[in-house]
Design a protein around this ligand. Structure first.
Ligand SMILES: NC(=O)c1ccc[n+]([C@@H]2O[C@H](COP(=O)([O-])OP(=O)(O)OC[C@H]3O[C@@H](n4cnc5c(N)ncnc54)[C@H](O)[C@@H]3O)[C@@H](O)[C@H]2O)c1
Ligand SMILES: O=c1ccn([C@@H]2O[C@H](COP(=O)(O)OP(=O)(O)O[C@H]3O[C@H](CO)[C@@H](O)[C@H](O)[C@H]3O)[C@@H](O)[C@H]2O)c(=O)[nH]1
Length: 615
């Protein structure tokens, strides 16, 4: 990859590589003025051509091909939904990690999201489709072609009219700004590939969450690498939350598009808006300048996280008084100006976004000389860490500060329910602190996390506990909790509740993927079942789709082994069974405030709930 090539070399080395700039994609007719095959492919010709094509030509042609760089939690689902709503556009997802690409091409998608598998299979493998007549009438059945592809080949960039940048932007861990600034290594490296390969007139879209001012920086980068070649750079931050990604993508609260305020920038923004308008009402598509758009993404996350830290700070007061945090949250949430969302007290916020985006916002404020502003936002992260410390400390105190010889069970490792994502898992800190007290065993169960992901996270904080098998991953919640002196509920999975969760209003997803459809079931249910080879159907927008059978994996497929070894735990656990097999003092620590403590206590266990004084 061009990753290792210095900037000045890369801009000139582009000349020898120019054949890939203008390669003709299979879906792009040679007659397309946007995308001309070139016999004398070299950078000079391209640049000349670009000059001849006025800037007016940027984005003025219909979009035929899209490239999404980064096949992660954002890139994969975004590409799949885009492909679903635009059957005539070829969507190619590029990643430098061949293992990730291979998983997206297989039945074992690297991302667990309800409904994702159905959408991916429809657009990646093609399907039979029919309108109101249904699939039973062979005469009305048509083929829906494949239009989603996954690849490691950077040549795909050259085919794209629009390139979405969806690579990871974690916090920098070294050098200037360590612990706060955004690490732009992956983004910049991907951008260099784009700069080298993108065809003149391409629109480059920032989907990744990036520091304010990045669009401006990218524009400069492009003009250095490809002087005189017209490109447009847009900011189009993603607001999906994990666990409900398909829902959020198919029915977003808003789509934000930031552009340079130039006529060509606004035209590019319109082209992107047109893409979304295939399924998003135009009233929900917002256009701003790039800086506002980039900043709005950081601020949205900071404000959401701030609410969680605020209510968690109140939970600390509740635990020392007679107040109950859920009652307080309910009372204040009824005020229409406050609203009820994001007021659930718990162990704090985890996940790959909130902490790093607040750090990035604070770093921005600091670099602008606004130290008070930086301090204000940093406190949101500080409160968040304290919340976990308080929880671990409470567990240790309940055992009179002696965990030696005790077994603890952890229910849930993902940072929230309905995802297998272990990044910034709240459990890691809790486990690290408990391990300092030298318990005999910590057993972990999570319905969606891969054991290797859990072990990798724990290895990073307590490698010896993994080597000595003090920490064990269990594929069965009852085994994990058997003979445990305490059970800690760390993730808000519905499976861990002891009451039925309240029915939520019908979501887009439940309309797209009705509960009875096999498409709704977790991926591993389908994979381990014969239905893999059956032709499942689903309906969307009045169209019924019949999925093609997936190719069987090779007999030694390691993903098949991992998945099929794990029982599917989609039902709520039986607390009677868990309580029966626990050992005195039989503590249950509810780190998510989602258990009915009174009911649980009837089973003879002692319950401690976040935000309530311990009895
Ligand atoms: N995860 C979320 O819920 C979420 C939601 C909204 C926004 N975001 C933002 O979206 C961005 C992506 O997040 P994610 O969770 O999808 O990350 P991820 O780590 O799941 O995926 C990023 C992918 O980019 C690939 N990549 C890195 N450098 C590359 C390069 N030079 N060329 C090609 N591929 C490259 C990686 O291999 C990886 O597969 C981040 O900026 C994040 O802050 C994430
Ligand atoms: O009332 C609440 C709500 C959430 N959480 C926790 O907060 C974290 C984040 O939850 P959530 O926001 O639902 O998940 P993310 O996938 O991290 O999504 C956030 O981060 C994404 C990445 O930027 C944004 O796109 C989304 O809009 C934003 O919600 C999780 O640990 C939750 O358990 C609480 O403790 N209490």
């Amino acid at each position: 990859m061009a990753d290792d090539i210095p900037m000045d070399v890369l801009s000139s080395s582009g000349a020898s590589d120019a054949s890939s700039f203008c390669s003709t994609g299979p879906t792009t007719p040679a007659s397309s003025p946007l995308f001309r095959p070139s016999g004398s492919d070299d950078l000079a010709v391209l640049t000349q051509l670009a000059h001849l094509r006025s800037i007016e030509s940027v984005a003025s042609e219909p979009v035929k091909s899209v490239c999404v760089v980064g096949a992660g939690y954002v890139g994969g689902p975004t590409a799949a939904v885009l492909a679903l709503y635009h059957p005539s556009i070829t969507v190619e997802v590029l990643d430098r990690d061949p293992r990730r690409i291979q998983q997206w091409q297989s039945p074992h998608l690297p991302v667990h999201e309800s409904g994702l598998e159905t959408v991916v299979r429809t657009v990646r493998d093609g399907a039979d489709m029919a309108g109101d007549e249904g699939l039973t009438d062979p005469l009305s059945v048509q083929k829906r072609g494949r239009n989603l592809f996954f690849t490691c080949d950077t040549a795909t960039i050259a085919r794209a009219d629009i390139v979405f940048m969806a690579v990871n932007t974690p916090t920098k861990t070294f050098g200037v700004g360590a612990g706060c600034a955004t690490n732009m290594t992956a983004f910049d490296s991907a951008m260099r590939e784009v700069a080298a390969h993108a065809k003149p007139g391409a629109i480059i879209v920032e989907k990744s969450t990036v520091p304010g001012g990045t669009a401006e920086r990218v524009r400069k980068m492009l003009s250095t690498y490809r002087p005189g070649v017209p490109f447009e750079v847009l900011s189009n931050p993603e607001f999906l939350a994990e666990g409900c990604a398909i829902d959020n993508l198919t029915a977003p609260d808003r789509v934000l598009i930031g552009s340079a305020g130039t006529p060509s920038g606004r035209r590019a923004a319109r082209t992107l808006a047109n893409l979304y308008e295939a399924w998003v009402p135009s009233s929900k598509i917002l256009q701003t300048n790039s800086w506002s758009s980039e900043l709005a993404k950081l601020v949205a996350n900071a404000m959401l996280a701030q609410r969680i830290s605020s209510i968690n700070s109140i939970s600390a007061i509740c635990e020392k008084t007679g107040a109950e945090v859920d009652q307080v949250a309910h009372a204040i949430g009824l005020d229409a100006r406050i609203g009820p969302q994001f007021l659930k007290a718990g162990l704090g916020f985890g996940g790959s976004c909130f902490r790093k985006d607040i750090a990035s916002l604070a770093y921005l404020a600091e670099s602008l000389g606004l130290d008070d502003v930086a301090h204000y936002w940093r406190q949101v992260n500080v409160m968040n860490e304290r919340q976990r410390d308080r929880f671990s400390r409470k567990v240790i105190d309940c055992f009179e500060r002696n965990l030696v010889g005790r077994k603890l069970a952890i229910l849930g490792f993902a940072f929230k329910k309905n995802t297998g994502d272990t990044r910034e898992s709240l459990a890691v800190d809790v486990i690290r602190q408990l391990l300092e007290e030298r318990p005999a065993e910590i057993a972990i169960f999570d319905p969606y996390c891969r054991p290797e992901d859990i072990l990798r996270e724990i290895m990073s904080v307590a490698p010896e506990a993994v080597h000595n098998e003090v920490v064990k991953i269990s594929s069965d919640p009852y085994l994990a909790c058997s003979q445990a002196h305490a059970v800690l509920v760390v993730t808000d999975c519905d499976q861990f509740r002891n009451t039925r969760p309240k029915k939520k209003r019908a979501t887009t997803q439940s309309v797209l993927f009705p509960q009875k459809s096999p498409a709704w079931a977790p991926a591993h249910d389908l994979l381990c079942h014969e239905t893999t080879l059956e032709r499942e159907t689903w309906t969307h927008d009045g169209v019924s789709y019949q999925l093609n059978a997936q190719d069987a994996c090779s007999p030694n497929c390691s993903d098949c082994r991992t998945t099929c070894d794990r029982p599917s735990v989609t039902e709520q656990v039986e607390w009677t069974r868990i309580a029966y097999n626990m050992l005195e003092p039989r503590w249950v620590f509810d780190g998510r405030g989602q258990l009915d403590a009174a009911e649980l206590e009837k089973l003879g266990v002692r319950v401690d709930t976040v935000g309530r004084r311990t009895a």
